[in-house]
Design a binder for this molecule. Structure first.
Ligand SMILES: Nc1nc2c(c(=O)[nH]1)N(C=O)[C@@H](CNc1ccc(C(=O)N[C@@H](CCC(=O)O)C(=O)O)cc1)CN2
Ligand SMILES: Nc1ncnc2c1ncn2[C@@H]1O[C@H](COP(=O)(O)OP(=O)(O)OP(=O)(O)O)[C@@H](O)[C@H]1O
Length: 205
């Protein structure tokens, strides 16, 4: 019957989605553990190489608004790059979860300005004004050759990029070891324009 095969198709699709979400949860755990197993000197060396690539990709920072992130769980630490970017005339910003399952908000921040604790205890600007970045550096847990990013599973960057009035330049940031064959993209996943690791720059398309 028409209805029952439609219902079967819908439940197959829902089952497949559940399987993908479970698989992603396991991949996240594996990739985060691998990253945390890197020696801190190795992570720092990789971050320095990522920073040098960013300088090549973003030679002109004056007047641009760039969102970064406060590193956690072994993410590449680009805070000294942020300080240098401010020195070159960029407005830097950090993301903030203002509401669960809603887009992120970006607040301007420069070294020395006060921080407060956000979700997961992530430091967030206490006072910065809300800005709309034209470059977004999105930390990633995993990525694939099509430019899709796996994050911590909150869907925050996808929601944020979907909600911004104009599409910023989106740069995924991670270690070369975060490469996987596919993140098994779903309809809501928005690919990065470029993914930068210590080893390479992967451009979409
Ligand atoms: N350094 C850094 N800051 C960042 C991000 C990031 O990836 N890195 N974010 C990038 O988005 C935002 C925070 N992202 C978050 C993503 C998920 C959850 C969270 O509560 N996750 C659930 C699991 C969700 C699920 O699997 O359904 C949990 O851990 O319980 C919290 C914050 C903003 N700040
Ligand atoms: N634009 C959107 N609108 C509504 N829900 C969304 C949107 N984008 C993502 N989601 C939901 O968020 C959930 C998590 O998405 P996903 O697994 O892609 O997160 P992530 O990219 O790993 O996390 P994050 O960006 O927070 O680091 C999914 O179940 C998805 O349905």
């Amino acid at each position: 019957m028409q209805e029952s095969s439609g219902a079967d198709a819908a439940s197959t699709a829902a089952g497949e989605r559940q399987a993908i979400l479970r698989w992603r949860r396991d991949e996240r755990a594996r990739l985060i553990a691998a990253r945390l197993a890197m020696a801190s000197a190795e992570r720092a060396a990789a971050a320095a190489r990522i920073a040098a690539r960013l300088d090549g990709l973003l030679p002109e920072l004056a007047g641009r608004t760039v969102s970064l992130y406060w590193p956690m769980r072994g993410e590449p630490d680009l805070r000294s790059w942020l300080a240098a970017a401010v020195g070159r005339g960029a407005c830097c910003a950090l993301p903030l979860v203002v509401e669960k399952n809603a887009p992120l908000v970006f607040r301007s921040w420069r070294p020395g300005e006060p921080l407060a604790r956000g979700v997961w205890n992530i430091p967030v600007p206490a006072e910065g004004s809300v800005v709309t970045p034209d470059v977004v550096l999105a930390p990633l847990v995993g990525f694939d050759a099509a430019g899709y990013r796996l994050g911590y599973g909150g869907g925050y960057f996808d929601r944020t990029l979907a909600a911004l009035p104009a599409r910023p330049l989106v740069i995924g940031i991670g270690y070369a070891g975060a490469a996987i064959a596919t993140i098994r993209p779903l309809a809501h996943d928005i690919p990065m324009d470029v993914i930068v690791t210590e080893e390479a720059e992967h451009r979409r398309g």
